[in-house]
Design a protein around this ligand. Structure first.
Ligand SMILES: Nc1nc2c(c(=O)[nH]1)N[C@H]1C(S)=C(S)[C@@H](COP(=O)(O)OP(=O)(O)OC[C@H]3O[C@@H](n4cnc5c(=O)[nH]c(N)nc54)[C@H](O)[C@@H]3O)O[C@H]1N2
Ligand SMILES: Nc1nc2c(c(=O)[nH]1)N[C@H]1C(S)=C(S)[C@@H](COP(=O)(O)OP(=O)(O)OC[C@H]3O[C@@H](n4cnc5c(=O)[nH]c(N)nc54)[C@H](O)[C@@H]3O)O[C@H]1N2
Ligand SMILES: [Mo]
Length: 765
């Protein structure tokens, strides 16, 4: 176990008083007012509000406060009393061009958007516009554009009802161009996991967390990104279970945790040690590390066989349920330890210790996040984790499984209800029968294709249901120019962000309700639903007074655009659906009857209702009808080779951000305070490169494709990282990510291993 005490930047345990302090630092006293606390109390409970932050599931047996530090931050951030009104643009220094110099944090600090806005190129400012005028103009302009030149993007916030209608709008308009934030996130899972086990989502449910004997973490950081996960992890430790982590960085939530819901732990400061073993592998080293683990399992099985004791590998399961075993086993046996050690950065001894935990545990859950998905061979990373789990039958039985942890609160659900560019994922016959809408026969564009088309000048209109795409995508500089060249940009948003600052020739910002707010329509107050990481569907009822009387719900905005852009049809009852979201749920149920049976009746089930998952029952919806072992070709997930002076840059999240929303500058779990403009690097690497801790440096992308990608003004910071692996913050580092470097199977950008050089500021210019 690596000791966190010798970190150059030493943080305290996750949870505990630090999490309360973290909230108070951003929101001052306001966070603990009765009305704010009343809101937080409703989070993630039946007939309450499903948190707007991440997709971590909501337990059926909830506690009084079923939220975490980051859920509280996200909730309070949207509940701010600050408003970005049309008068904001009257100030002389608030031209769009001037605002491009602002930081992401400061843009969102202007508060909630209150009015629909249209960009005025003459004044370089947005100005208020009426809804009817805005929607009519958007409709007219969309109709003037060929359907395949329009793109309908969704970030994973909007509920299932609005998302279903958004996908319908795009298809009725004539395109499958429906990229989504998951294309930059867990698309590797959607494609890679489907390939090997026939499921685009994880196989684990809440009860499995309660029964697992061991959790193996690969590149997921629960302390920051899904803090409520720390409770079942602590419970696992309390019942004698083991946790083994593979991560280039020390993540505090995986080291120790003080349960903020336990008065005794809070008063005594008693922290639970989370990881029994913490393996700081090289970025991109997971394929080799997992191969090493599998090699140990195979050796142990051989030894057991020779000794006549119980086998280690679950041969009965493998014979009945899998393909590709022999080839994979041969690869494990042939694998050379020197190569495994070189590629993973871990010793044989360390890998043997981890394998021993795996072998001794009856039920194992493999957890992963962006550390596996965001690589050029991200899908192979996932296939390797599945190999490891399959060896001992750890998928599709209680207490075991594969657990990708999703990002946005409804990112998984949006895909379930049709936000997908691939036609084969869409029940085209049912869409035709229900709405008389023909799904266009060609696949549409996901993010990489859409950005390529944008940069090539082939996209003329872009509608964004949430998100901050310009800031989240690779090759951000190229995108900014391309984005502003479009005929029409429409952003449905709650707050100002950088994507608004590169308006198309005609540009609108349409402000929407947040999920915390009461959504009152002609049929009364509406419920929206979302799907969490465990495929559970939950209803959510907003209760706060909307931030402005001019806001509309996301669903109402989608139907407003649809009415303006599409020819009227008896089968497209946009007004009736807006009046009563229950009717939309009926349509979803008719479109996806297996997933959404008795939808309206079951949506308040405590903990949500389960949409079901074949792989959970060992039904494998793969080509062969079985789960597939994958024999790896390459031993790292980089997609590029090592070279002198070349580092692997991971773009990381701080504890004080939600994606491009930056709450503040205190990344207390990483021990970085007051700035995000840093590069974290191993002290020996700093010395070997002839640089100094604290010096100003610049990162230069080391890809020879004619594009100059640089980011300067960064403070070099000595940090406990493996040699050759460095880290900088997302989204600041997005200018460095080449669009061409993405998972070869799914297109997910390789944001966790970008080849870069580190140069002293001023050198070589
Ligand atoms: N507070 C907060 N919560 C969030 C978000 C947020 O920004 N802030 N974002 C939401 C979203 S959209 C998502 S997708 C999730 C993201 O949540 P995570 O999946 O946890 O994503 P990251 O923090 O980007 O990266 C996870 C970990 O991967 C490690 N890592 C990097 N490279 C490698 C590697 O090559 N191998 C291994 N084994 N590990 C590696 C990093 O050190 C990091 O600890 O969180 C969601 N929740
Ligand atoms: N280098 C690098 N790049 C990455 C990543 C990385 O790890 N490294 N991570 C990737 C990942 S995992 C993801 S998911 C993407 C995220 O990409 P996006 O989903 O596009 O970005 P967000 O930052 O989540 O979007 C924030 C904006 O959403 C709007 N918003 C907030 N709440 C709501 C709401 O309820 N409704 C609506 N309509 N709008 C709302 C606000 O205006 C806010 O400014 O970024 C990806 N990009
Ligand atoms: Mo994400």
């Amino acid at each position: 176990m690596s000791d966190s005490d010798d970190l150059p930047h030493a943080p305290g345990p996750a949870g505990g008083w630090g999490s309360l302090k973290g909230i108070a630092e951003i929101f001052g006293e306001t966070w603990s007012t009765p009305s704010a606390l009343a809101g937080l109390r409703k989070l993630n409970k039946p007939k309450g509000v499903m948190c707007v932050s991440c997709a971590w599931p909501k337990p059926a047996n909830y506690s009084a406060f079923e939220f975490c530090e980051n859920g509280a931050k996200a909730t309070l951030w949207e509940s701010t009393s600050d408003r970005c009104t049309p008068e904001f643009w009257d100030q002389e220094r608030h031209s769009v061009t001037a605002l491009r110099e602002w930081r992401d944090h400061d843009l969102e600090m202007t508060g909630r958007l209150t009015h629909p806005l249209r960009f005025n190129h003459a004044t370089d400012r947005y100005e208020a516009v009426g809804w009817d005028e805005a929607l009519a103009d958007i409709g007219t302009r969309l109709r003037a554009i060929a359907p395949d030149q329009a793109v309908f993007y969704a970030s994973g916030h909007a509920g299932l009802e609005a998302s279903y209608l958004y996908a319908l709008l795009a298809r009725a308009f004539g395109t499958n161009n429906l990229p989504q934030s998951s294309n930059m996130c867990h698309e590797t899972t959607s494609v890679g996991l489907t390939k090997v086990i026939g499921s685009p989502v994880g196989t684990v449910v809440w009860e499995d967390l309660e029964q697992a004997d061991a959790f193996f973490f690969f590149g997921q950081n629960p302390g920051t990104n899904s803090p409520r996960f720390l409770h079942p992890l602590k419970a696992c430790k309390d019942r004698g279970g083991k946790i083994v982590t593979f991560n280039p960085m020390i993540e505090q939530g995986l080291v120790s945790f003080v349960d903020p819901q336990s008065p005794a732990a809070m008063l005594t400061g008693t922290a639970t040690t989370i990881s029994d073993q913490y393996h700081q592998l090289k970025a991109g080293g997971d394929i080799a590390a997992i191969l090493g683990l599998c090699k140990c399992v195979v050796e142990a099985d051989d030894a057991a066989h020779a000794a006549g004791t119980a086998t280690v590998i679950d041969h009965a399961f493998i014979a009945q349920h899998t393909t590709g075993f022999d080839s994979f086993i041969a690869r494990c046996s042939a694998a050379d330890w020197a190569e495994i050690e070189q590629e993973s950065g871990l010793t044989q001894e360390a890998l043997r210790a981890a394998a021993q935990v795996y072998i001794e545990a009856e039920r194992v859950i493999g957890v992963y996040g962006m550390g596996l998905t965001q690589h050029a061979h991200g899908a192979l990373n996932i296939a390797m984790l599945v190999n490891l789990l399959l060896l001992r039958g750890n998928i599709g039985r209680p207490g075991a499984g594969c657990c990708p942890v999703r990002g946005h609160s409804n990112v998984q659900g949006q895909r379930t209800v049709g936000i997908a560019e691939k036609v084969h994922l869409i029940p085209v016959d049912r869409i035709k029968a229900l709405f008389d809408v023909e799904t266009p026969p060609e696949d549409g564009m996901a993010i990489v294709a859409a950005v390529e088309a944008l940069i090539a000048g082939k996209v003329r209109a872009f509608v964004s249901l949430g998100g901050n795409l310009l800031r989240a995508v690779p090759d951000q500089k190229l995108m900014e120019t391309a984005w502003a060249a479009q005929e029409l940009t429409v952003m449905v948003s709650t707050k100002l962000n950088r994507s608004h600052l590169f308006p198309g020739k005609t540009a609108y910002i349409l402000p929407c309700l947040s999920r915390m707010e009461e959504d009152r329509q002609a049929g009364g107050v509406q419920t929206i639903t979302s799907e969490d990481s465990f495929s559970m569907i939950n209803g959510s009822i907003g209760f706060r007074k909307p931030a402005s009387e001019h806001l509309r719900s996301e669903l109402a905005i989608v139907t407003g655009i649809a009415k303006a852009a599409l020819a009227p049809s008896d089968k497209l009852k946009w007004d009736a659906w807006t009046a009563d979201y229950g009717l939309v749920r009926d349509l979803i149920e008719q479109t996806y009857p297996d997933d959404f049976r008795d939808y309206n009746a079951r949506m308040y089930t405590p903990g949500g209702f389960y949409r079901g998952n074949g792989a959970h029952e060992r039904i494998w919806k793969t080509e062969s009808g079985k789960a597939a072992f994958t024999t790896p070709g390459e031993l790292n997930s980089l997609g590029f080779g090592d070279a002198p002076g070349r580092f692997r840059l991971m773009t990381i999240r701080s504890n004080d951000q939600f994606n491009t929303t930056i709450y503040g500058y205190s990344d207390r779990f990483h021990g970085i305070e007051g700035t995000r403009d840093v590069v974290l690097m191993n002290p020996d690497d700093i010395e070997a490169a002839g640089l100094r801790d604290g010096e100003q440096v610049r990162l230069v992308t080391d890809v020879d494709d004619g594009v100059d990608r640089q980011l300067g003004g960064l403070t070099l910071t000595a940090y406990k990282l493996p040699r050759g692996t460095i880290a900088g913050y997302y989204p600041e580092c997005n200018v460095l990510v080449p669009l061409s470097l993405h998972d070869t199977l799914s297109g997910t950008p390789a944001s966790k291993s970008i080849p870069v050089r580190v140069e002293a500021e001023g050198a070589g210019q």
